[in-house]
Write a protein that binds this ligand. Sequence first.
Ligand code: AHG
Length: 340
Amino acid sequence: MKPITLIQFLIEERRAGHINAELSLLIEVVARACKRIGVAVGKGALGGVLGNAGTDNVQGEAQKKLDVISNEILLEANAWGGHLAACASEEMEDPQPIPDMYPKGQHLLLFDPLDGSSNIDVNVSVGTIFSVLRCPDGVTEPKAEHFLQPGTTQLAAGYVVYGPSTLLVLTFGHGSHEFTLDREVGSFVLSRRGIRIPETTAEFAINMSNQRHWQAPMQRYVGELLAGKDGPRGKDFNMRWVASMVADVHRIMTRGGVFYYPLDAKITAKGGTGKLRLMYEANPMAFIVEQAGGAATTGRERIMDLQPTALHQRVPVFLGSKQEIELATHYHVEADGAQG
Ligand code: AHG
């Protein structure tokens, strides 16, 4: 069969009435920017892009050079096309307005420009995650409050993995689809349409070094997985943890599995509400995973139903194969009920 490029796919989606011309352009621009990020990532030491930038982001995390470079590439690419009202990024405290010299569009773009930064210097897969919202009617200068829309209102979400291949996974709410970058031609080509995550799995992803800090229901749930054949689950489970959410989620999108970044005592002791960011990590990944038949919760409620309260809000994330996520969520809700 003739390969379908991302551009052709976007034209089909427009004809099907799933997206408009502005959203199609937005995705083209983001995909083009991600190709540039992929080139920068691929150069590694030869491009002088490894190591720390010597600055901290809004969340007090040391920025890597590639965090800064990727953020600039996405901002620059999205400034002038007329498809956006504003951008927001993990790397910037406040939303970035579109410069006055350019026309403004109807969309808001949020991104984590380089997810999995701790893996850059050790040559392990990293990625970009993005979410697209509609700018509220009548708002010409969007502020943070205008981005605070629940995940259910997302018009599009995607992630790119810079790994052995560069891959884009995309949803407009009509299934999740994978595109592989043909590096010789320079185009993303459709490699899987309508991805489905198996409902059951025997593989889980969690940072086990936090085990002693977890809440009781998480201890119970993972304890049962670890007990394997001899425990209440009656089967052995395998574990993987890349520490790049994009790579861990992509494995789940490929062969099923579950990913957990729960709330723990280490986080709550610092007044935190989770590790991962709702607006540009949890929500877009939840949209993509749900569109592939998986589930995504905070352990207590559906991620996409949350009403955001802050641009850089953090939440616990449980996502992947439906039956496992439902069980882990049930343990938490049941424990809360018993307490309350
Ligand atoms: P960042 O955007 O700061 O690179 O976040 C990385 C995230 C996510 O990609 C990964 O799943 C998680 O942090 C890893 O956390 P630990 O280092 O605590 O395992």
